[in-house]
Design a protein around this ligand. Sequence first.
Ligand SMILES: *Cc1c(COP(=O)(O)O)cnc(C)c1O
Length: 367
Amino acid sequence: MIPLVDLKANWLPLEKEIKEGWDRVMDKTAFILGPEVKEFETEYAAYLGVKHCITVANGTDALELCVRAAGLGADDEVLVPANSFIATALAVIRAGCKVKFVDCDADHLIDVDSCVKQLSKKTMAIFPVHLFGQVAPMEKIGAFAKTHGLIVMEDAAQAQGAKQNGKVAGAIGVSAGTSFYPGKNLGAYGDGGAVTTNDEATAKKIRALRNYGSEVKYFHPEVGFNSRLDTLQAVVLRAKLKRLTEYNAQRRAAAERYHGLLKDFGDLKLPRAVPGNEHIWHIYAVQVAASRRDAVMKSMQDQGVGVGVHYPVPIHLQGAFAGHGHKAGAFPMAEKAAAEMISLPIFPEITAAQQEQVAAALKKALS
Ligand SMILES: *Cc1c(COP(=O)(O)O)cnc(C)c1O
């Protein structure tokens, strides 16, 4: 069986280094906000070339804290792509704002042209998602945001190390939230997340909010959260951050291999890196006719290939957002993607032989 993601293959070469790090944490009993947390924050900020990194408990919290730190609240509307993981929209709702969904383009990234239709006087921000490992069209988004006076925040959960024309995901908007969920390109061995920003005031605010709204112990000038990265997880992330450039390069090589194996095969649609983007291939999703998708997936699973769909139901059609009253057809590109996509196994350690097996299974399923 070839898994969609092989966390075991990733763990084995890191085992010794990480266990030694964990032992050091245990010796010091520095479980909460121990020195490794600060060290990781400094290292990750340097990696992205951003001034501040504030780690938190998970990616959803990171996104919510971005919205709160931007001073957004009741009745403010935030533009969110309909095809993302649901957390982007949840974060906006949890911060007390309203979500305005927008459609995506053929590369599954936010369709900036369609955003105009969703604007109202209350629209205050836009929250693009760097989906599957490539940066959303940030220059276009920046120009659009400037014209309409919107704050730009980034969902960089799938884009640790991705770039666009030299700019780095997580360092472009006023703030960015990222996730260290185990399966992400930079993943912990449990939950974790971070906000990155170049803005001093935002950083200060988030540092307080993540720690009960307090800068000085037992003094709480505002209502905060308990949302912190575990020191044990910081040890894992430090070990993996050292290798992130290499991991992303391995993913890029794997994506190129898939292109070579699968190109010009009937009407199978392959993903691409948009010109100007340095894609880090968090997900490699192909598209097949919607009428055949589920049968193709079943055939691949029967042939021992782990496949997935990111994501089978676009957010505007989820029960959680039924109150918004969107019907099927509201965001056709997002819905088409949800019906046609199949994610193939991709992870740094995937071998050429495994990829050949995946490609053969897909071709057989489609024939
Ligand atoms: C994983 C992910 C999140 C949420 O991260 P958690 O750490 O699971 O809370 C948010 N947005 C996107 C695009 C994601 O892929």
